[in-house]
Design a protein around this ligand. Structure first.
Ligand SMILES: [Cu+2]
Length: 314
């Protein structure tokens, strides 16, 4: 009897670890630097942006700890500027992998995602302030190889929110360096992107069902200003600093997010009724000029929103 139990226990252990530990793989990621025109608010204002693949933010890269990212940056010869890629998840050589790529050239490099977490990526070409302010940023998520656990529960929904500063005079990088001329806050590339309360032209919101755990992967892509990340009418159940399961804080009203910092912020709405939460940069100059995002918690929430890779609502 004793022997039989032991064998079962061993089998169970092997089975569990086999299911949870992912095998490392190589992930191909290609991006094209696009100097293009984007829409910067809900009423259709155009902006001469510099982007990865034509959108602000660029696509979300998602890999598992231990994976190799095989990255290619294409800078078409029709562009005027050099561009580059700086993945905060990479430990490489700033003068090699992150070096500027001239128009007409392509840069290829690999790195291993050794540390789990959520990380900003951005163009680092000179003048970096301008390349970031014009929109060359995004998020790379490195999921822990152990997967989810009691201390790092699987969220019911996940969203990516990237905040940036809007400088209408995009050519004036000297003003950017003095933090002058910023006329708004961009959330995923638009002012009041998900806030129909403050902007009648807004049509999108974040959604979940009452009682669900929603994980916001937030990146501060401002060039100068920290962010005071706060859910109005809610409390962050957990904050994972840098998105890492190892760095957890509980029961937080406002979390200060440094420039270039990434954080995963969990919120669990009351299960017994529909509610709305406004996720804001509590810094008023940012909130009231665009950095407000409405999260609606309602029984008929879109079953696809915030699920299966739909992390950026566009
Ligand atoms: Cu650039």
């Amino acid at each position: 009897m004793y022997k039989k139990l032991s064998i079962s226990a061993v089998a169970l252990t092997i089975g569990l670890s086999g299911a949870q530990v992912a095998l490392a793989k190589t992930v191909q990621v290609t991006m094209t630097a696009k100097e293009t025109t984007v829409v910067i608010d809900n009423k259709g204002t155009k902006y001469k942006a510099w982007t990865f693949d034509g959108a602000i933010p660029g696509k979300t890269v998602r890999v598992t700890e231990g994976d190799i990212i095989d990255f290619k940056l294409i800078n078409p010869k029709t562009n005027k500027e050099s561009h580059s890629m700086d993945f905060h998840a990479a430990e490489v050589d700033v003068l090699d992998e992150f070096a500027p790529v001239k128009p007409g050239e392509t840069k290829h490099f690999k790195f291993k995602a050794k540390r789990a977490g959520v990380w900003m990526y951005h163009c680092g070409s000179s003048v970096m302030a301008q390349h970031i302010a014009r929109g060359m940023y995004g998020v790379i998520i490195v999921d822990p190889k152990e997967g989810y656990s009691k201390d790092f529960p699987k969220p019911d929904r996940e969203y990516v929110l990237v905040q940036g500063q809007y400088f209408p005079k995009a050519d004036n990088y000297k003003a950017m360096l003095k933090n002058e001329g910023s006329e708004g806050s961009l959330i995923n590339g638009k002012m009041f992107h998900y806030d129909p309360v403050h902007d009648p032209d807004a049509s999108l919101v974040l959604q979940s069902k009452p009682g669900e755990r929603v994980r916001i992967h937030f990146v501060n892509a401002n060039i100068n200003n920290p962010v005071a990340l706060h859910p109005i009418a809610g409390i962050w159940d957990r904050i994972y600093i840098n998105g890492s399961p190892k760095n957890v804080l509980y029961d937080i009203a406002t979390y200060g997010v440094a420039v270039s910092e990434a954080v995963s912020a969990d919120i669990v709405s009351p299960a017994d009724k529909s509610t709305n939460v406004a996720i804001v940069d509590h810094t008023m100059s940012a909130a009231l000029r665009g950095a407000i995002t409405v999260l609606m918690n309602k029984p008929d929430a879109d079953p696809k929103a915030g699920k299966a890779g739909n992390l950026i609502v566009r």
